[in-house]
Write a protein that binds this ligand. Structure first.
Ligand code: PAP
Length: 341
């Protein structure tokens, strides 16, 4: 299928020839390479190759897909809390989400060690696995339309202007964390963070992690139209407006709808509360813990729709909206107008 064909174009044997891929260095700390029409941090490409070559999906797997900074952490928390609620009732003091960051509860398919380190293979079924890969670059065994069939995929999309702002602010934190960690031990000064204006231009050109954002969204949108039972398409802004309704939808899609007793006991509301940005932000692990490259607190900022207006001029917003609208012509998809922050 197309995904594998695109990917194979950039492969030599079973190894990805990273150095042959187009390079973008203007978005530190990430050095991006272009693969199959999308830009990725160079460091994850071995994980992408491993996922294509050796990942073994199971029929019960659920994949959580997103463009970065579009609600991934929230979706990870919600899906984890929903699917494992029998073992981990949302109110229990020992719930894993009270002691581990959502990124430690749900791993990315393409992250180092996920496939080749046996991290995903060691998980009990049903597994919840995240990915920032676009639909066209999912391993054929995950997204084969026909044959063994597409696995269940939940996609979350967000207004590109808010995703851009969130990405830029997050990248600054990663640069600062790298500088604090490495100092100038290699004799080179730490990379200067990109200005917002530079990040905006790169984003408009599709040159950002997993960009172009609109093509990422359109791929999953089209798949969700073709395969509504296999691909659930959620919007961050709608989840903010109606978290309970969206969590019900998520549970039904994952094959574990809430029972009448659970509804009556308020389990849906408990999950929404457990996974709310305020609750997660205030957990000790998210105030003081860290991932390898950044503090856990960096994943929780405002969590609202429309914060772009505090960082972007109306002219910039209009320009990006037009680029996105033009690119989405013919897909039947539009971004709903974002609310004000
Ligand atoms: P990732 O791609 O690095 O995993 P991701 O979780 O997709 O990041 O995006 C982070 C955004 O989600 C942040 O948005 P902001 O910068 O505009 O504030 C973050 O605040 C927001 N976020 C994180 N957790 C939640 C949550 N529980 N509810 C709502 N928004 C959240």
């Amino acid at each position: 299928m197309a995904a594998s064909a695109v990917y194979d174009d950039d492969m030599a044997g079973s190894e990805l020839v990273t150095s042959s891929l187009p390079l973008e260095t203007r978005f530190p700390p990430f050095q991006l390479r272009q693969l199959g029409g999308f830009w990725f941090p160079e460091a994850i490409l071995p994980g992408v190759a491993a996922a294509h070559a050796r990942f073994e999906p199971r029929p019960s797997d659920v994949f959580l897909a997103s463009f970065p900074k579009s609600g991934t952490t929230w979706l990870k928390a919600l899906a984890f809390a929903v699917i494992y609620r029998a073992d981990h009732p949302p109110r229990s003091p020992g719930h894993p989400l009270r002691h581990r960051n959502p990124h430690d509860c749900v791993k990315f398919l393409e992250e180092p060690f996920a496939v080749d380190g046996g991290v995903l293979a060691a998980l009990p079924s049903p597994r919840v696995i995240a990915t920032h890969l676009p639909y066209s670059l999912l391993p054929g065994r995950v997204a084969a339309e026909g044959g063994s069939g597409v696995r269940r995929i939940v996609y979350i999309c967000r207004d590109p202007k808010d995703a851009l702002v969130s990405t830029w602010l997050f990248a600054k934190k990663v640069v600062a964390a790298a500088a604090a960690r490495d100092g100038d031990e290699d004799g080179k000064p730490p990379p200067a963070p990109t200005t917002f204006e530079e990040a905006f231009e790169l984003f408009c050109d599709g040159r950002c992690m997993a960009g172009p954002q609109w093509r990422h969204v359109a791929g999953y949108w089209e798949a969700s139209r073709r395969l509504p039972d296999k691909v659930l398409f959620l919007r961050y802004e709608e989840m903010l407006q109606d978290p309970v309704g969206n969590v019900r939808k998520l549970a039904e899609f994952m094959g574990c709808a809430f029972s009448g007793e659970e509804e009556a006991a308020g389990v849906v509301e408990d999950i929404v509360e457990l996974c709310s940005i305020d609750a997660l932000k205030n957990m000790d692990v998210n105030k003081n813990g860290a991932q390898e490259y950044v503090k856990n607190e960096s994943f929780f900022r405002k969590g609202v729709a429309g914060d772009w207006s505090n960082h972007m001029t109306p002219a910039m917003a209009e320009r990006l909206d037009k680029i996105v609208d033009d690119a989405l012509q013919g897909t039947g998809f539009t971004f709903a107008p974002a609310q004000s922050a």
